[in-house]
Design a protein around this ligand. Sequence first.
Ligand SMILES: Nc1c(NC[C@H](O)[C@H](O)[C@H](O)CO)[nH]c(=O)[nH]c1=O
Ligand SMILES: CC(=O)[C@@H](O)COP(=O)(O)O
Length: 159
Amino acid sequence: MSSAHKNLSVFSTTGLPDISQKKFAIIVAEWNSEITEALFEGAYQTLVDNGAKAENIIRANVPGSFELSFGSQVFAQKPEIAAVIAIGCVIQGETKHNDYINHAVAGGLTEVALKYNKPVIFGVLTPNNQQQALDRAGGIHGNKGDEAAITAIKMLGLQ
Ligand SMILES: Nc1c(NC[C@H](O)[C@H](O)[C@H](O)CO)[nH]c(=O)[nH]c1=O
Ligand SMILES: CC(=O)[C@@H](O)COP(=O)(O)O
């Protein structure tokens, strides 16, 4: 189902695990910071609204989404971190550069999650243009950051 038919911030929060003692790392790409800051705020606030303590949420910045995999690994390897949320926005340009970034990040984050056996969430927008990004970072289609945070919480419920 496309985002156009589903608000990304409308989801069930019933049956979520207790995260009051869990530590989270949110890795934020600086490219398209207007978007990534909105995604971060959505993820941060959703974690807090669902029981995480502010002091247990660590933020780290990386230059671009391509660096999210390594940035996520730096924190995923820490035993005290329960889950990592990677935040980015890769807007299609004139060349195929965005494709290479997107595929690298998706694969890289998956590798980190499996290597360190903990949730590493793909909170990366891959829009065709700025408006599609704005629509998914607190606009008409909700906030992908909210969704990423809920996903992290739900994945912790599996353990
Ligand atoms: N064009 C976008 C980038 N490009 C930068 C790369 O992510 C990377 O930092 C660079 O290739 C050096 O390794 N990054 C985004 O996050 N979003 C973009 O739209
Ligand atoms: C996705 C990006 O890295 C973007 O800045 C590349 O733009 P372009 O393909 O026009 O060079």
